[in-house]
Ligand binder design. Structure first.
Ligand SMILES: CC(C)(COP(=O)(O)OP(=O)(O)OC[C@H]1O[C@@H](n2cnc3c(N)ncnc32)[C@H](O)[C@@H]1OP(=O)(O)O)[C@@H](O)C(=O)NCCC(=O)NCCSC(=O)Cc1ccccc1
Length: 310
């Protein structure tokens, strides 16, 4: 295109006809801000989500599970790494993004602001939150921002493998002892309401209008949540697990699941660092950044003046 696009009208015509936008192309400022907002929330969620699971590497019950969870954590951090690179290309340096995250100026998905309590939580996180995230990410496969669109198939592919890893943890627990089955049920009871928040509030179409015209956001939040519920409630029931929501019911006329509505303002605040484990998790990251600062400093390019005097 894109060399020829110089106005918002031409830009909209370009993306509406299926054109993609590259980092160096002209784009409306609002579009640039929205891409950064989207990718930054995604990147931070991958990064902080990995932290929840990292805690369990040393506590995995078998060697095979330890290898699998180590590799999942590596995948998630890898996704964050790719996404932070996309932000750099848009003029948002990684150091700035990370310092905003650690200083509590940015956000990540509310799902990852809670503490884990047992190995069964690891199963639920991998099985169900990765499933929810695939739905959100598949909705972006046709997004107009080219670099994001090109990295998403790899991310979705890896998340699909994580779902299998989580499902196998759950299958093992559910075919185990009474205590293991109870652990699985307790984990589902704990995480279910947070899964309901995962795709965000049921936003009115007007709020998504720009994102839709720009072909940036693929689907309304509620549609994504309904797809998740449609796919996973039958699987959960098939395994004999109980869902803790007394208002959960299927509405035949609309073909939609009804569920207890969240306090969405509260969910937004949790995403901004007010969750029960937000500060503890950010503190672990802060300490790791401090401990490893010498590596970044050692690897930093030497300014030419210092180089000459060596
Ligand atoms: C759909 C949505 C999440 C939100 O749509 P939007 O159009 O952006 O927002 P909308 O206007 O609908 O909302 C109004 C306000 O509410 C905020 N808010 C909304 N939802 C949440 C929430 N859940 N938590 C907290 N806040 C939330 C929202 O920011 C906005 O705040 P603002 O008014 O700006 O202050 C979108 O960003 C998306 O699809 N992102 C890409 C995919 C992605 O990020 N995936 C991440 C998971 S990666 C993963 O899981 C892999 C993994 C698995 C396991 C372990 C490790 C890793």
């Amino acid at each position: 295109m894109a060399g020829t696009v110089r106005s918002e009208q031409e830009f909209i015509a370009h993306v509406q006809s299926g054109g993609v936008v590259e980092a160096g192309d002209w784009m409306p400022e609002g579009y640039r801000r929205a891409v950064i907002r989207f990718i930054e929330m995604h990147a931070n969620s991958e990064y902080m989500g990995a932290l929840l699971e990292r805690d369990w590497i040393a506590r995995a019950p078998t060697l095979e599970r330890r290898i699998a969870i180590t590799s999942k954590v590596q995948d998630e951090v890898g996704h964050a790494q790719h996404l932070y690179c996309l932000l750099e290309d848009l003029g948002r340096p990684r150091a700035e993004v990370l310092s905003d995250l650690l200083e509590g100026r940015s956000r990540y998905n509310s799902f990852f602001h809670y503490p884990t309590a047992s190995w069964a939580d690891v199963g639920i996180i991998a099985w169900l939150s990765d499933a929810a995230s695939i739905i959100a990410q598949k909705a972006l496969l046709q997004t107009s921002y080219g670099p994001y669109r090109r990295i998403l198939p790899k991310i979705c592919w890896e998340e699909a493998f994580h779902v299998v890893h989580g499902r196998e943890i759950m299958r093992t627990l559910l075919s185990g002892t009474r205590q293991q089955r109870d652990m699985a049920q307790e984990a589902l009871t704990r995480w279910w309401p947070r899964l309901i928040y995962f795709h965000g509030p049921p936003t009115p179409a007007e709020k998504d209008a720009d994102l839709t015209i720009w072909k940036l956001k693929g689907r309304p939040n509620e549609d994504m949540r309904q797809e998740f519920l449609r796919l996973y409630i039958p699987k959960i029931h098939k395994w004999g697990l109980q869902l803790p929501d007394p208002q959960l019911s299927f509405d035949e006329p609309s073909q939609r699941w009804r569920y207890t509505q969240a306090d969405w303002e509260q969910v937004r605040l949790i995403g901004r660092g007010q969750g029960p484990a937000s500060q503890a998790q950010l503190e672990i990251r802060r300490r790791a950044m401090e401990d490893n600062r010498w590596v970044a400093e050692t690897l930093a390019p030497v300014p030419p003046a210092q180089e000459a005097s060596r």
